[in-house]
Design a protein around this ligand. Structure first.
Ligand code: CAO
Length: 574
């Protein structure tokens, strides 16, 4: 009578890695899994590994989440196994590394039991498993089903690759069909005897495969019962095709007119209704590349036999995405060219270098930065009164003070007390860099295009010095005399269209800065004060910011501070 055994599947020996990250959980609760089927994929800083299921059964619980760090012995999931365990099921399956650093037989000796079954459920003889050893198995070209010669068109593995039984080793093609040579056992490729383009005949050497050999020592002391690790002591419930080197390889007709008996395809077909990541037919190298590129393999179409995904399929998928046509959800649709001359007379002029550079910067920022724009109005009535009192002095000093000078000071002060705005995200998005200096860029409208000279240490300068510098840099920009270093190092940008007009606009963040203040033309507006409407000079402000670096609360505080300073510039003294 068959019994149900609950077992905890644990993280096996990680071959030296103290901790690894769970990057993929390939199964779900309720899934029926076959022995050796990948259940979890983990990644250390050196390699990624598939953890195979040690026994066939049903997943009843999952103890980890993607992204979790785990170490040897940590519980991964609960497995309900029908019937009784056999010796091989009680052995920890070594994780299958996509890119093992070295196939170290000594390491293989460290294999520990992965499945911790309730001891009461185990027969005493089933717990006795001796240390494994390894043997080299030569993989040769099998019976070619009538073809004399075939061409090797793809080497699917490299020396050092750890592969599973049934994984493709090479892809061969005759003039009628393509065929894959599946690995007869799980193991490590220690040598390859062929190259792509080789012409191969039956019996030719293909690869050396190092397989694990287990000496199973039952309680009855039948020490001579030596089995390979891939050969279970009792038949497994869902065996994978395990052709030996003398068996015919599975052929897939190029024109696919004749349906072929193909165990791998059948297995995939059977699982097609269970939409899981394991439905994808791909080797460890392709899976690793997919993870690197962030590609969901279930979306990639195979061009190879039996739906097996090759690296080229992945590259083509990414290439198509990047150069996608004008489809929703694809890459950015291109604006189709238009012959405007059909509608009237036109003049075509080449874009200046500056214009092209500005366009590229704007586009990059627009695409990369999640922009939010916040609006407010500053009451600058008193500021304007104060500015008027300076008219004579301005004439005497020959320095013009406009609202822009006060804006610069207000922004510098707000940057000092709101560091979130005086920062940049690192290019890799892993950190944020807070600047301990306050350099502010000033957008200048010039005949050649937009230029942004940078005023250094605005927080340390007085209004007169600042006004002089604003004028000097604006003149230099307009006469194209700015030096490169005068346009570098900005922490934040002020873009004032106040002298031109408009009630408001949404400026684009000048990356890698995280904020930009747009200033529009002041308007006299009725403001309710002391029980009546009074005319006040209101300055429209629009603050755009990079919502990856700055949150709404930061922006609200930053803007409120600027508005408060502009309403009463004595605050700059505080
Ligand atoms: N509301 C009303 N009037 C304003 C004002 C405002 N917000 N800001 C400035 N003014 C007034 C000034 O006081 C000045 O008036 P007076 O001549 O009577 O004193 C007049 O507008 C013109 O000022 P200005 O433009 O010469 O000087 P500025 O200090 O205001 O600005 C600069 C300097 C360099 C910012 C400006 O010349 C400029 O180039 N602005 C355009 C910026 C731009 O293109 N931004 C868009 C970038 S994205 O494409």
């Amino acid at each position: 009578m068959s019994t149900l055994t609950k077992q905890t599947v644990k993280v096996p020996d990680l071959g030296g890695a103290a901790e690894v990250e769970v990057i993929e959980i390939s199964v779900a609760v309720g899934d029926e899994v076959a022995v050796d089927e990948s259940i979890v994929v983990v990644e250390s800083d050196k390699a990624s590994m598939d953890i195979p299921c040690p026994a066939a059964g049903k997943i009843t619980a999952i103890s980890v989440v993607e992204g979790a760090m785990v170490k040897e012995g940590d519980a991964l999931l609960e497995l309900e196994i029908k019937g009784e365990l056999n010796a091989s099921d009680s052995v920890l399956k070594e994780p299958v590394e996509d890119n093992p650093v070295a196939a170290n037989p000594a390491e293989q000796q460290k294999i520990e039991p992965l499945v911790q079954a309730d001891q009461a459920e185990l027969e005493p003889s089933q717990a006795d498993v001796a240390a494994p050893t390894t043997a080299i198995e030569l993989v040769t070209v099998p019976d070619l089903g009538g073809a004399d010669k075939v061409e090797l068109i793809e080497l699917m593995v490299g020396v050092g690759d750890r592969i599973e039984e049934g994984d493709g080793i090479v892809l061969m093609e005759s003039d009628k069909a393509s065929m894959e040579l599946p690995s007869p056992a799980s193991g490590v490729i220690t040598a390859l005897h062929v190259n792509e383009g080789d012409s191969l005949a039956e019996g030719d050497k293909v690869a050396d495969l190092e397989v694990m050999v287990l000496a199973v020592t039952a309680a009855t002391d039948t020490a001579d019962a030596v089995k390979t690790a891939t050969t279970p002591a009792t038949p497994k419930p869902a065996p994978k095709p395990a052709p030996t080197s003398s068996q015919a390889v599975a052929f897939s007709s190029v024109n696919a007119e004749t349906p072929q008996v193909n165990p791998i395809k059948d297995e995939l077909q059977a699982g097609a209704d269970r939409r899981r990541k394991t439905d994808v037919y791909a080797g460890p190298a392709v899976r690793k590349l997919a993870r690197k590129l962030g590609v969901d393999l279930s979306r990639v179409k195979s061009s190879g036999p039996r739906g097996r995904l090759a690296k080229d399929d992945l590259h083509n998928y990414v290439k198509n995405l990047v150069s996608a046509p004008d489809t929703i959800g694809g890459a950015i649709p291109k604006i189709p060219p238009v012959d405007f001359s059909q509608f009237g007379e036109t003049v075509t002029e080449p874009l200046s270098k500056l214009h092209k550079l500005t366009a590229a910067n704007m586009h990059r920022s627009w695409l990369n930065v999640p922009h939010v724009t916040q609006f407010d109005e500053a009451d600058i009535t008193e500021l304007e009164v104060f500015r008027q009192t300076l008219k004579d002095e301005m004439a005497r000093r020959e320095v013009k003070i406009t609202p822009v000078s006060f804006l610069m000071k207000a922004v510098a002060s707000a940057l000092e007390s709101n560091p979130a705005f005086n920062a940049s995200l690192s290019a890799d998005g892993e950190s944020i860099i807070y600047k301990q200096y306050v350099h502010i860029g000033m957008a200048v409208d010039t005949p050649a295009g937009l230029m942004v000279p940078v005023i250094r240490d605005v927080n340390k300068k007085g209004i007169w010095a600042l006004s002089e510098e604003i004028r000097m840099l604006a003149d230099k920009a307009k006469t194209r005399k700015l030096k490169p270093n005068e346009m570098q190092g900005g922490c934040f940008t002020v873009s004032s269209l106040g002298g031109i007009g408009g009630t408001g606009f949404t400026p684009i963040v000048n990356t890698p800065e995280v904020g930009i203040l747009g200033v529009s033309k002041l308007m006299i507006k009725p403001v309710f004060q002391g029980g009546e409407f009074v005319p006040r000079k209101m300055l429209p402000l629009s603050l755009s910011y990079d919502h990856r670096a700055v949150n709404g609360g930061d922006a609200g505080r930053f803007m409120t501070e600027i508005v408060a300073i502009l309403a009463d510039v004595r605050r700059l003294l505080l």
